[in-house]
Write a protein that binds this ligand. Structure first.
Ligand SMILES: Cc1ncc(COP(=O)(O)O)c(C=O)c1O
Length: 388
């Protein structure tokens, strides 16, 4: 049936109005010349490792760089990603790897590949805000399970079990985690896997922060023998190598899963941008020292942020998440007035409501957006609001 001016019903729940008022005010303040530390978005201030920068890409040295790449990915990047998986704990051969245009697009391809309209996905909350919309725009239902803010204390298995229905087909797992900065302990990892096995669910592993752990690294979940028949993992170079604008990532699963992903990917963007695939290969091959130093820098910024907030230090990632209730004034029922006071002091952060319906009184802060001196200025301003 013709239907202009109506859009797909699947996009109905996508807009994020909870944040737009603050973002508009931040833009006005910046336009007026005021300092606003943008600690809302998980970007980083550093340029990528030297060999991976766009400055190095020339048609003289890389003839054909503007042509399409094969839908599966450029062989040099597939090889580099395969080597990287070996360093992470389990080599994934190139025929089981699919290059993606970053993890946002990659997870869209994954949800289109695995999910049908009406399916339910267990979504541990709080969560990375975009994942809810990625699942919803597929026409599937993200079923929020509040547990990531209290992984050590919660009975993770019971919380997930309580939300399983006969329409549940997948469980999304992200560790190290946006927004809490937590790394799932072994007991939680086992619970994720047991629930998936018991109910025959796909496990969707979002590995965006796989390299950003501040303690001893844990073997990634996708390296476990007992998930090989039911996992899809999605990685990105955005966070590890400061390449968010390059839009490069990679995904993998069993041979059947990867074949299916490749089919869907071809109908999505056909292939990821060729020049950025070259840069991505260089980052993966040459970036280990860069990563090592980055982890150290980020851990310092994360620890100082945790100290100001009086919460546990991050175990990984680029964010912390805190309950702002102690800073509410009389009559306030969610974190928005507190966030507004922080913005007046020059610090923009994300309302916890964007990370799940149970977190309206919480706040997400990124500790990797700015060099440490600027971040310290943001923390001083924030401390002033906390004390007020
Ligand atoms: C948990 C998580 N997954 C995926 C992404 C998306 O990464 P990309 O930049 O590759 O789209 C992000 C970005 O913030 C993230 O935090």
């Amino acid at each position: 049936m013709p239907r202009p001016p109506d859009f797909s019903t699947h996009i109905g729940s996508l807009s994020s109005r909870v944040f737009s008022g603050l973002a508009a005010k931040a833009a006005e303040l910046r336009a007026s010349g005021a300092t606003v530390h943008m600690l809302s978005v998980g970007d980083t201030f550093e340029e990528p490792p030297p060999s991976a920068r766009v400055d190095t890409l020339t048609t003289d040295t890389l003839p054909g760089i503007h042509k399409y790449a094969p839908p599966g990915g450029l062989p040099i990047l597939l090889d580099a990603a395969s080597d990287r998986t070996e360093r992470l704990g389990r080599r994934v051969p190139t025929d089981r790897l699919q290059i993606m245009s970053g993890a946002t697009a990659g997870l869209s391809v994954i949800t289109e590949t695995l999910l049908d309209v009406g399916d339910e996905v267990l979504l541990p909350s709080p969560f990375w805000p975009l994942i809810r919309g990625i699942i919803a725009k597929r026409g599937a239902t993200p079923v929020q399970v509040p547990l990531m803010h209290a992984l050590a204390e919660m009975d993770v298995e019971a919380a997930l079990e309580a939300k399983v229905t006969d329409r549940t087909v997948a469980l999304y797992v992200n560790t190290p985690h946006n927004p809490t900065g937590a790394v799932a302990p072994a007991a939680a990892e086992d619970a994720f896997v047991r629930v998936a096995q018991r109910h025959d669910l796909w496990l969707i592993f979002d590995e965006a922060y796989q390299d950003l752990h501040f303690g001893e690294p844990r073997a990634p979940l996708w390296t476990r023998d007992d998930v090989q028949d039911r996992y899809v993992a999605c990685h990105t170079l955005s966070k590890s190598y400061g390449m968010a604008g390059a839009r490069i990532g990679y995904a993998h699963g069993s041979a059947d899963v990867t074949r299916a992903l490749r089919g869907v990917q071809a109908f999505s963007t056909y292939s990821a941008p060729t020049p950025m695939q070259v840069s991505g290969a260089r980052a993966l091959n040459d970036g280990d020292e860069f990563l090592e130093r980055r982890r150290e820098l980020f851990a310092v910024a994360g620890n100082e942020t945790a100290e100001v907030l009086g919460i546990d230090r991050p175990a990984g990632g680029t964010f912390l998440f805190f309950d702002a209730t102690p800073y509410f004034r009389d009559g306030e029922t969610d974190a928005l007035p507190f966030l507004d006071r922080c913005l007046d002091a020059g610090v923009l952060m994300t309302p916890g409501a964007a990370c799940g319906t149970d977190f309206a009184s919480w706040v997400r802060i990124c500790f990797t957006s700015e060099p440490i001196d600027e971040h310290r200025d943001a923390l001083e301003r924030l401390a002033g609001v906390l004390r007020a």
